[in-house]
Design a protein around this ligand. Structure first.
Ligand code: 5GP
Ligand code: ZN
Length: 138
């Protein structure tokens, strides 16, 4: 499915131009127009899925499979020291474009890019109970 009012559907179709790294029948990989760092890329399924809650496992496998290839090429080209894979789902999680996409963000020493969280404390009983509850929903 393609959504008429979706910017990434338009990019996927080529109606809006993008600096394109790769394109197949299913995927497009482009450079982010407002990158966190040089070489920041996005992998976008051509079909419209709002987020991971809608995405099927087969498309997800294609996205991540291509991420392994793109990551190496981006590392080679940019000489980055490391790389983050980021994938936001829902406004509260920082998603601003509601068409599933995966960020590939090259990282450089002292680059000042902030991706982090304060770590909560846990206890084993609560963790085991939660793991069991989630497992029952798989
Ligand atoms: P999100 O916050 O939804 O995870 O990420 C959306 C990303 O899409 C942002 O990093 C933003 O810079 C990028 N973006 C938004 N509009 C465009 C566009 O028209 N072209 C490209 N190449 N990237 C875009
Ligand atoms: Zn879309």
């Amino acid at each position: 499915m393609i959504k008429d009012d979706c910017i990434f559907c338009k990019i996927a179709k080529g109606d809006i131009p993008s600096a394109t790294i790769y394109e197949s029948n299913e995927l497009k990989c482009i450079l982010d127009v407002a990158p966190a760092n040089k070489g920041h890329a996005l992998i976008i399924p051509k079909e419209h899925f709002d987020n991971i809650f809608e995405l099927d496992a087969e498309t997800a496998a294609k996205v991540f499979s291509f991420a392994t290839i793109a990551a190496k090429a981006i590392k080679e080209e940019t000489n980055c020291d490391g790389l983050n894979i980021v994938q936001n789902n829902g406004e509260v999680a920082g998603q601003t474009v509601n068409h599933f996409h995966m960020h590939i963000i090259p990282r450089y020493k002292d680059d000042g890019v902030k991706l982090g969280w304060k770590q909560l404390e846990t206890n084993p009983d609560e963790q085991n109970e939660l793991a069991k509850a989630i497992k029952s929903r798989l």
